[in-house]
Design a protein around this ligand. Structure first.
Ligand code: ADP
Ligand code: MG
Length: 732
């Protein structure tokens, strides 16, 4: 009798080889978890199908003729199949193999791709099975169609699955019985039967529902176990709130925290006060006041005798954080310096391109503990960076840092440091529960008072005069004393892949998505025009009459760091009116006087990314304006832009973004069909299932932390983790 982990090869010989080669399907369980993409009934109207579509018919052979062929050896058989309603030709080039079976009067079930020959619909080399009465009575009500596998006809696959199902012994069910009955889900054996041999569409739906839940439960149980394990790692330094540095900072803060900030500050303080290391995701739109909260946490750490590290995704952002944090702290950031505050600490910056003298000084401050707050890029992860006593790690814009990198930084602490991850990319709930499912989350939903709403419009560049009007609008705004951004998806013509800021997410050009992989899936029209770059736009604007006399700057990731820094500083100081930039300005850049943004070739950016970008304007008291210029206003890309223009709700847009992606991209896994990780669960659509499974998993792990009472579930999880590891190895 076969089990789910039985090898397929002895059961289905040659099919097993193709399945393994194409999909990595090796065991019975692998095969039975292949998801039919659709199901056919047997009554298709063949004339209504397109060539190449798969069809299954049950009928009687009406006539059969063999004739020799002029162009090749052998003979050809044409058998006419009738289902009582329509006639279809079945043709075979090796007549000998079939002419003794396909005799007039026999009943068959046949399936294959529809083609056209001499104006007649035909099935060339279809699969078929002769039917006796009993066999016909045993046919499933619907016929499954599986994802295409090279060299393996769907017909043979269905037969292979049938053989395997028939050989199957009783199946242990990974779903605990109480959960199964709570949610009224079918058992595994029944589920697999309904998936592969359904009588009705309702059975298919029931099977899928059960398998969706099972996937969600496995995923959530893994995460629940991780959370419990982390809580058991005693390690972190317990940091009490209300030390002198934090108090002094609070006293001099020129504003009061919003209610939302207060609440999140409380959540963070409670985490820090525990020896269970904090693992918290703080999400909130750009400008919602995350950095202030992170700084409070860092000051608490310093008060508690530890150091805090802030990791930023780019040098521009690290530098900006360093500047703004130093400014916010004032003399509190001059600890140990003459004239500095008694209770103050030192804030140092560590980046890759920093000069060796200043780097050496910074490293010394970090290792001696004189620097309480260390801000940097990936450079912080390097081996030669040693901390005196690292107690808190803040990561700004999580998506740029992998789990492994975070672990490196954790490894630099004697215990496990507390971890706070900040992201301005709104994260749909399903993603928060899965990709970030082992973290606690805090969300800032309101912006501090005094922010003006951003208005967004789509500018169709093909309409005469629209782009000129756009530049004129910038001119007006700048002459009124405001500033403007012009964002392009890449640096310039001839720039190699890595240099483009838009689609390929160059090294230094911030890419916003937490599961980045380009955007606009499936819309990649082959003949898209080349993307507009900042270099050409900069030239264009320099001679643009409506901008005459304005000071225009240029910023992109390939500029030397000092130059980038100088440009950014000049723009922040109001010494530049217009900044032409790649997405390097995307995350965290804060120039309150900037009120207009033009995005060129806006269709080349993802929905969330555009939302992120426009968060750069309207940060001061003046209303913000965002103009999405595009040469693709018609079609799906244009619709996406219209959606961005229609709402300022980042969560709504993130949800839209999510719907447009394939699940595999989201989990970062390469979906490889039969062995892919999520076959049934959709992160875009199954929020309720995920939430239910999350609660169930927490309950389960609380009662049975090592799953010793649930060996089947434990087995499935072990398999899952093994694959996750394999995926990871594949990626690196
Ligand atoms: P984020 O990191 O979420 O983008 P920041 O913490 O940088 O947001 O805050 C954006 C701006 O708003 C900063 O200039 C900050 O000083 C200011 N700010 C933060 N919280 C408040 C508040 N409660 N009231 C007024 N201004 C605030
Ligand atoms: Mg910020």
């Amino acid at each position: 009798m076969a089990h789910l982990d039985s090898n397929l090869a002895p059961l289905i010989a040659s099919a097993a080889r193709h399945l393994r080669n194409a999909r990595g399907v090796v065991t019975v369980g692998d095969l039975l978890r292949m998801r039919p993409t659709r199901y056919l009934s047997y009554d298709s109207e063949v004339t209504e199908l397109r060539d190449g579509e798969f069809v299954v018919l049950i009928g009687t052979i009406k006539s059969a003729h063999t004739r020799s062929m002029s162009t090749r050896k052998g003979s050809m058989l044409t058998a006419v199949l009738t289902d009582g309603h329509q006639d279809v030709d079945m043709t075979f080039f090796n007549a000998r193999a079939h002419e003794n079976k396909l005799l007039p009067g026999v009943r068959v079930i046949a399936g294959g791709q529809v083609g056209t020959y001499n104006h007649r619909r035909q099935l060339a080399h279809p699969g078929y099975t002769l039917l006796d009465e009993a066999a016909e009575a045993a046919l499933p009500g619907l016929y499954p169609v599986y994802p295409a596998i090279p060299k393996l006809h769907n017909w043979n696959l269905v037969q292979a699955v049938g053989l395997v199902l028939d050989a199957l012994g009783p199946l242990p069910d990974p779903l605990p019985a109480p959960l199964r009955s709570r949610h009224r889900l079918p058992g595994l054996g029944e589920t697999l039967r309904m998936l592969h041999r359904p009588e009705t569409r309702a059975e298919v739906a029931r099977a899928r529902e059960r398998l969706r839940y099972e996937e969600a439960l496995v995923l959530q149980t893994v995460l629940a176990q991780r959370r419990v394990q982390r809580a058991q790692e005693e390690a972190a330094l317990a940091i009490a709130e209300g030390g002198p540095l934090l108090t002094a900072f609070t006293d001099r803060l020129p504003f009061t925290l919003t209610a939302g900030q207060e609440q999140v500050a409380g959540e963070i303080a409670a985490d820090l006060a525990s020896t269970v290391p904090m693992n918290r995701l703080l999400q909130g739109e750009v400008g919602s006041g995350k950095t202030v909260l992170a700084l409070r946490a860092m000051l608490s750490a310093v008060d508690g005798g530890a150091q805090a590290a802030l990791l930023a995704p780019t040098e521009v952002l690290a530098t900006q954080h360093h500047r703004s944090i130093t400014a916010m702290l004032g003399d509190l950031a001059e600890g140990g310096l003459l004239g500095g505050s008694e209770i103050g600490t030192r804030v140092v910056l560590l980046t890759g391109s920093q000069g060796s003298a200043s780097r050496r000084r910074a490293l010394a401050d970090v290792v001696s503990g004189d620097a309480g707050i260390v801000i940097g890029t990936h450079a912080l992860l390097q081996e030669n960076v040693a901390f005196y006593n690292l107690g808190l790690v803040v990561v700004d814009e999580q998506h740029r840092f992998g789990v492994e990198q975070r672990d490196v930084l954790r490894g630099k602490a004697s215990g496990t440091p507390h971890l706070l991850v900040m992201t301005a990319t709104p994260i749909p709930r399903t993603i928060a529960m899965t990709v970030f499912g082992d973290m606690e989350t805090s969300t800032l939903t309101e912006l501090p008072a005094g922010r003006s709403p951003i208005q967004t419009f789509v500018v169709d560049e093909h309409r005469p005069g629209w782009l000129e009007r756009t530049w004129a609008r910038i001119g007006e705004e700048c002459r009124a004393g405001r500033q403007a951004y012009v964002v392009c998806p890449r640096i310039g013509p001839g720039a190699s892949g890595g240099e483009s800021g838009g689609e390929s997410g160059g090294d230094e050009e911030g890419e916003v998505d937490w599961f980045s992989d380009g955007f606009g899936q499936g819309e990649q029209a082959p003949a898209r025009p080349e993307m507009i770059g900042v270099l050409e736009t900069f030239e264009e604007l320099s001679t643009e009459a409506s901008l005459a006399g304005l000071r225009i700057g240029l910023l992109h990731g390939k500029l030397p760091t000092e130059e980038k820094d100088a440009v950014m500083r000049a723009f922040a100081a109001g010494e530049l009116d217009v900044l032409v930039a790649t997405t390097v300005i995307e995350v965290g850049v804060d120039v309150p006087n900037a009120t207009v943004m033009v995005v060129r070739d806006a269709d080349r950016f993802g929905v969330s990314q555009l939302h992120q970008l426009r968060g750069r304007v309207g940060r001061g008291g003046h209303p913000g304006l965002c103009l999405l210029a595009t040469r693709a206003a018609d079609g799906p890309a244009g619709e996406r832009l219209t959606a961005v223009a229609a709402t300022t709700d980042g969560f709504e847009l993130a949800q839209l973004d999510l719907r447009q992606r394939r699940e595999g991209d989201i989990l970062g896994a390469r979906q490889s069909g039969g062995r892919g990780r999520l076959q049934f669960l959709s992160l875009a659509h199954d929020e309720e299932t995920i939430a239910t499974a999350r609660a169930d998993a927490a309950e389960l792990i609380a009662q049975d932390p090592d799953l010793s009472g649930h060996p089947e579930l434990a087995g499935v999880i072990e398999e899952w983790l093994r694959r996750e590891q394999a995926d990871f190895l594949e990626k690196t």
